[in-house]
Design a protein around this ligand. Structure first.
Ligand SMILES: CC(C)(COP(=O)(O)OP(=O)(O)OC[C@H]1O[C@@H](n2cnc3c(N)ncnc32)[C@H](O)[C@@H]1OP(=O)(O)O)[C@@H](O)C(=O)NCCC(=O)NCCS
Length: 193
């Protein structure tokens, strides 16, 4: 939701690995950064094939990451245990269930701009660069999930369509309410892979 993860998870490195390791280590050619005076101020991490990404994540990333978290003691911090337990409860309640969009919208991405550079057109430029890249690679569509209401407004302006809306309860223990989850998509090329 655009805020640092430290408020609910007490190990930046493990959290970043969980969200970004596939993109940076297995598909860097689909990743873009925005720079200002030699400093990275924003990124878009992409994957052309969500199914392939899930396969690599399950086979090569999840277990080593779990072991790393064990070695670092991450899984024994009270804050982290609370968060993981709440995510587990959400999972059991079926809140992660959603239609599968990877056939018509095979690609996906994450995007984030450093706070003081937001609303300056950088997000739009990163999205345009990524869409041009996907078009050149003949990918027929892209989809992603977001839990941010604010970011939803941005994605609507970029002509993404809302494909699915649900809710999740795993932040209720400190926000006092459920959060929405939105899945957005865009068709890029008809008749491509
Ligand atoms: C969402 C995000 C990527 C947008 O990038 P940005 O560089 O701030 O957006 P831009 O300046 O390119 O904005 C493009 C348009 O979207 C609108 N927009 C951007 N952020 C908005 C917001 N929070 N609410 C409403 N509209 C918004 C802008 O007004 C602009 O409209 P305009 O073209 O008519 O002027 C960025 O704000 C961000 O990193 N947020 C935190 C992380 C996040 O939420 N990531 C997405 C989760 S998947």
């Amino acid at each position: 939701m655009g805020e640092p993860s430290a408020v609910f998870f007490d190990d930046d490195e493990i959290f970043a690995d969980a969200l970004t390791l596939y993109f940076t280590d297995y598909e860097p050619e689909s990743c873009f950064v925005a720079e200002c005076e030699n400093r990275v101020i924003g990124y878009l991490l992409g994957a052309k094939d969500t199914k392939g990404m899930d396969k690599i994540s399950a086979g090569k990333i999840t277990l080593p990451l779990f072991m790393k978290a064990l070695r670092r003691g991450t899984l024994f911090h009270k804050r982290n245990l609370e968060f993981l337990f709440q995510v587990f409860l959400s999972l059991v309640k079926g809140e992660f269930k959603a239609p599968v969009f990877s056939k018509d919208y095979p690609a996906t991405f994450h995007i984030n701009i450093i706070q003081e550079y937001r609303s300056g057109g950088i997000g739009s430029e990163l999205i345009n660069a990524y869409l041009d890249y996907l078009k050149a690679e003949a990918i027929k569509g892209v989809h992603f999930a977001t839990i941010s209401e604010k970011a939803s407004q941005f994605f609507k302006k970029q002509n993404f369509q809302l494909l699915f809306q649900g809710k999740r309860s795993y932040f209720r223990y400190f926000l006092g309410k459920d959060i929405p989850v939105y899945i957005y998509g865009m068709r890029i090329l008809e008749g491509s892979r």
